[in-house]
Ligand binder design. Structure first.
Ligand code: F6R
Length: 357
């Protein structure tokens, strides 16, 4: 049950530090090294490209996964929406390896792609929270998310669990391939578990931001670049689905190519700045929207912060910042929905697992 929590969504947001710790434990062997079934690693080693297939929040996690797999293992990786891939299949390389990301393991759009992949005889791996689910049974391999049941329709802990498992997988592939991993994933996930706790302890800050800036607004924008762009896509989806505020997640550099026309007096614009290289450019874009009247809120990371920022995230490893930068955006979606009087756990028109195409 949800215990003392008013909604499952906030309970599940709160569970994320424990999920990170559980994952380290689940994927560590007796020597304390991260370990994944060798048959998965050898198939990825033999492949010339990884194709990640998913929908919704899992698709957004897939983009972070692409970055992790490419930076940690050097294997080119593409991310595709299942519903697009099924009918508009891209040109595949000679030795593709497919990763299906699905919290429920029951999403029909993703399953349809898996059926095609199996028919073509390509190797596949499902990352899912549900052992024995359809996608788990039908893919060649499965890795579990160990996030515990996710009841709220809006996915939170499955997103962070997917990213963490993809990081673990990438490190194991790198090791198997004899490549030096740029990070010690188990160690970094431990740091992240503590950092998530710090951010959740500051929940009142995000509740106040939501009440002041989002509870009556008709629209909102999230902007970011690089790894922060992937997170703003998820931030906007979460805000839309539970609060019904029309939200867009944009690559900050693209604003001036059209979307900036929507900025009026008091339009909320939330910038995520954790990426060292592109962060200063996003800050510049935030100033451009401020000069057009926007209500700017900057969420930055220690080391990239300025006096003007609404919140400064604890520092974590560069490749894993989505695990921490997504937390304020989950809390903002939750509190905005709560203060608008919505049924947070059961947003209108949505189902927890989408078993129709
Ligand atoms: C968003 C959400 C959906 C799911 C999507 C895929 O909060 O829950 O966008 O992420 O329907 O579901 P799974 O991961 O179960 O395949």
């Amino acid at each position: 049950g949800k215990g003392t929590y008013p909604y499952y969504m906030i309970k599940e947001i709160d569970e994320q530090p424990a999920v990170m710790r559980k994952l380290i434990q689940q994927y560590q062997n007796e020597n304390g090294d991260l370990e994944i079934n060798e048959s998965v690693l050898s198939e990825i080693k033999e492949s010339d490209r990884v194709y990640i297939i998913a929908c919704g929040t899992s698709y957004n996690a897939g983009w972070v996964g692409k970055q992790l797999i490419e930076r940690i293992t050097g294997t080119p990786t593409e991310v595709h929406l299942a519903s697009e891939f099924a009918y508009n299949t891209p040109l595949l390389t000679k030795k593709p390896f497919f990763i299906f990301l699905s919290q429920s393991g029951e999403t029909a759009d993703s399953r349809q792609v898996l059926v095609q992949v199996n028919k073509a005889g390509y190797p596949s791996l499902t990352l899912t929270n549900v052992p024995g689910s359809t996608l788990s049974r039908e893919a060649k391999h499965t890795l579990l998310l160990h996030a515990g049941p996710e009841i709220a329709v809006a996915s939170t802990k499955a997103y962070t669990a997917q990213i963490a498992v993809l990081a673990i997988l990438a490190e194991c592939v790198a090791k198997y391939n004899g490549v030096d991993s740029p990070l010690d994933v188990a160690h970094e996930l431990g740091i992240i578990a503590n950092a998530i706790e710090t951010v959740i302890d500051d929940h009142e800050i995000f509740e106040r931001l939501s009440v002041t800036h989002l509870s009556t607004s008709k629209n909102a924008f999230y902007i970011g670049r690089g790894i922060d762009y992937y997170v703003v896509m998820e931030a906007a989806l979460k805000l839309k689905e539970v609060s019904y505020v029309q939200a867009e997640g944009w690559a900050s550099g693209e604003l001036k190519h059209g979307t900036i026309a929507l900025i009026e007096d008091n339009t909320p614009v939330i910038s995520i700045i954790t990426d060292k290289v592109s962060g200063p450019h996003t800050r510049g874009n935030a100033h451009e929207v401020i000069s057009r009247g926007a209500n700017s809120m900057i969420i930055s990371m220690e080391g990239l912060d300025r006096q003007e920022d609404a919140y400064v995230l604890p520092k974590v490893h560069d490749l894993l910042t989505p695990l921490i930068s997504v937390i304020p955006t989950q809390l903002i979606a939750y509190y905005t929905a709560l203060h608008r009087g919505n049924d947070v756990d059961k947003p209108r028109n949505l189902a927890k697992s989408v078993t129709v195409e």
